[in-house]
Structure formats: structure tokens, C-alpha cells
Design a protein around this ligand. Structure first.
Ligand code: C2E
Ligand code: MG
Ligand code: MG
Ligand code: MG
Length: 279
């Protein structure tokens, strides 16, 4: 009922037609089914260190293997899950999968950090940190192998509550990264208050930096800002060699993007990336 009401509110708010509304409600039911019946898939995208060229971790990116629609990208269902009050169970599914993955790598003797995206709603859940603490007790993995990515907008709704959650997570020993950096509203003031270790420069700046002088300047300034604040700087959306070379020249720490690899299924990630490293 709650999910239905959110969907209806959403549709009315957006002034859509009845047909849209029906589609939304049916999507919500389908997503609910997907979480319960294991239709979600964990994909991973590697992160590479510029100076060594070595793998230094990966980002967990969820997909929905829909029986009729095929592989559905997160942009199409994360918002819906938030609005329909399902993000908590979706995040829980992803966390389980992430802990299992980190555990497997640790057991195989080739540990590597994995970053999980948290949504704004997750940060407002007062039980999130406690649940994650429980997962650490269950799996016994090294907290240094888990990272969380959050966008600046995740802090907009309830800065105090979100910050409290982040401090609790930080106290567990995990790493925190500010995602899509530069696209939020209050980058600098939030950055100052956040217990962050890393900033990820948004791919819109990175993708445009070769053709557009201003984007290049923004990327360069962000790298300097991050370093001056003692943070690691990741560039996302590294799509070609020119971008890679420019970022390397500017002293960026870590690259993520199609030039290195697209996100791939977690099972394939284990064999193709970690096996080569171990060799
Ligand atoms: P994000 O966290 O900023 O993730 C980066 C997105 O950029 C991913 O899209 C990735 O596939 C894409 N990407 C990576 N390299 C390149 C590149 O070189 N060029 C271009 N054009 N794109 C690249 P994806 O997987 O579709 O995810 C979209 C967004 O959905 C993510 O943005 C994140 O905000 C959200 N998301 C994904 N998985 C989760 C999740 O498990 N939980 C939550 N709460 N959000 C998630
Ligand atoms: Mg996408
Ligand atoms: Mg991310
Ligand atoms: Mg991003």
C-alpha cells in the first residue's frame, strides 16, 4: 500500500497520464518480485592506479535481469526503489552480494576493495550502520576492503541525519567516497564536514576535458583541491587514451571508465581481473 501510494503521488506530481501510473505500479510490483526472487545482478567495474597501472579496487553496480525486458540499468529503477520505499531491501541485497565477493577474494588470498553506492534514503535509515556492523560480524572481512560512495545530494534532505550515519559507518573502519563530485549544490561546505577519503570527479567533466578548456580547468582544480585536502582523487568516465594521458599528466590518482573496462558480471570480474593479477 505504501509503495502504491508513493507511485501514485509521484505520477500525479509529475502530471503524467493514467497509463504512466499503471506502468509505474506494475514496475514497482515487478521490482519487489525481483528483489525477492534474485533477479538482481552484481556488476563490477575496475579502478586502476595511474602511476602503477595496477588494479586498486572496483565499484559494485547493480543490474536487474528482467525476465522480459532484459538487463535493466540502475538509472531506470534506483529512483523508483527510493520512491516506493524499497531501497532498503535493494541495498541490503547489494551489501550481501558485496560482502560475499570481498570474502571470496580474501579467502583466495587476493583481497581488493569494493565500493558500494548508497542512496540518500539509505543514509536516513538509522539502522543502516548497525546492519552493516552485523554483516562484518557474519563475514569477518577487513573493513578496509569496503568503501561507500555517496553523492553530495544525498546530504541535502537531512544533512544532520546523513552525517550521523556517515560518521557511524566511518567508525566501522570503512572508506567513504564522494561520488559525481562537482555536480551537487554545496560541494565545498559539505566536503569540509564529510569524513571522506576520496572524491570521484563526475564523468561529465572528465568526458569533456579534451575538447573543452573549462572542463579541463575544472578537472585540474578538483584534483588539486582533493590533494590539498588529503583525499584520493578518482576520475570516472575515462573513455579513451587521450583522457587517460591528460589525467595522468594532471596527477590524478585513480581511473575508472570504459577505456579500462565496462562494468562486468561479478563472476567474470573475479576470473578476468583478479586471476591476471595473481598470475
Ligand atoms: P555512479 O555511481 O556514478 O556510477 C558510474 C556510472 O557510470 C555507471 O553507470 C557506469 O557504468 C558508468 N560508466 C563507467 N565508466 C563509464 C565511461 O567511461 N563512460 C560512460 N559514459 N559511463 C561510464 P550505471 O552502472 O548505469 O549506474 C548509474 C548510477 O546508478 C550510478 O552512478 C549510481 O548512482 C547508481 N547505482 C548503480 N548501482 C547502484 C547501487 O547498487 N545502489 C545505488 N543506491 N545506486 C546505484
Ligand atoms: Mg548507465
Ligand atoms: Mg558510484
Ligand atoms: Mg558517478
Amino acid at each position: 500500500r505504501q509503495a502504491l501510494r508513493s507511485a501514485v503521488n509521484y505520477t500525479i506530481f509529475n502530471g503524467s497520464l493514467d497509463k504512466e501510473c499503471t506502468r509505474h505500479v506494475s514496475l514497482i510490483a515487478e521490482l519487489h518480485h525481483a528483489i525477492e526472487h534474485d533477479e538482481l545482478r552484481l556488476y563490477c567495474q575496475p579502478k586502476i592506479q595511474f602511476d602503477t597501472g595496477k588494479l586498486c579496487g572496483a565499484e559494485a553496480l547493480v543490474r536487474w535481469q528482467h525476465p522480459e525486458r532484459g538487463l535493466v540499468e540502475p538509472d531506470l529503477f534506483i529512483k523508483l526503489a527510493e520512491q516506493a520505499g524499497m531501497i532498503t531491501s535493494l541495498t541490503h541485497w547489494i551489501l550481501e552480494a558485496a560482502f560475499r565477493h570481498i570474502y571470496t577474494l580474501e579467502q583466495a588470498g587476493r583481497p581488493s576493495p569494493l565500493a558500494v553506492n548508497l542512496s540518500a534514503r539509505d543514509l536516513l535509515d538509522p539502522r543502516l550502520a548497525e546492519r552493516i556492523r552485523g554483516l562484518f560480524l557474519t563475514w569477518g572481512i577487513d573493513p578496509a576492503h569496503l568503501q561507500f560512495e555517496l553523492t553530495e545530494s544525498a546530504l541535502m534532505d537531512d544533512p544532520g541525519g546523513a552525517l550521523a550515519t556517515l560518521n557511524q559507518l566511518k567508525a566501522l573502519g570503512v572508506q567513504l567516497a564522494v561520488d559525481d563530485f562537482g555536480t551537487g549544490y554545496s560541494s565545498l561546505s559539505y566536503l569540509q564536514r564529510l569524513p571522506a577519503d576520496t572524491i570521484k570527479i563526475d564523468q561529465s567533466f572528465v568526458g569533456a576535458m579534451i575538447a573543452d578548456q573549462e572542463s579541463d580547468t575544472i578537472v585540474r582544480s578538483t584534483i588539486d583541491l582533493g590533494h590539498n585536502l588529503g583525499l584520493h582523487v578518482v576520475a570516472e568516465g575515462v573513455e579513451n587514451r587521450d583522457i587517460w594521458n591528460r589525467l595522468a599528466t594532471l596527477g590524478c590518482d585513480i581511473a575508472q571508465g570504459y577505456f579500462v573496462s565496462r562494468p562486468i558480471p561479478v563472476e567474470q570480474f573475479d576470473s578476468s581481473w583478479h586471476a591476471t593479477l595473481a598470475a
